[in-house]
Design a protein. Structure first.
Length: 81
């Protein structure tokens, strides 16, 4: 369950990142998270920046599309972490 945090528009990103970190699983999202890599991001931390930086190399960041029939299609196969 996500906490209510007023004044921060990217709390949903933070929850997704932290859950992927905690469960050591892939992060399925179409966000590129470039803004999370900067030190000026209020909700970011060195731990989050390090994990996001390595997530792409490890195949943990997964984009997705929906096909013409409305089926969810991840752009990478699942990886064992």
């Amino acid at each position: 369950q996500a906490p209510v945090v007023d004044g921060h528009r990217d709390v949903d990103d933070l929850i997704g990142i932290r859950l992927a970190m905690m469960y050591k699983c892939q992060l399925v999202d179409n966000d590129n998270y470039r803004d999370w890599m900067g030190e000026d991001k209020t909700l970011s931390s060195p731990e989050i920046r390090e994990w996001l930086g390595s997530a792409v190399d490890k195949g943990l960041k997964v984009g997705f599309i929906f096909d013409c029939h409305g089926r969810f299609c991840p752009l990478k196969d699942p990886v064992k972490v």
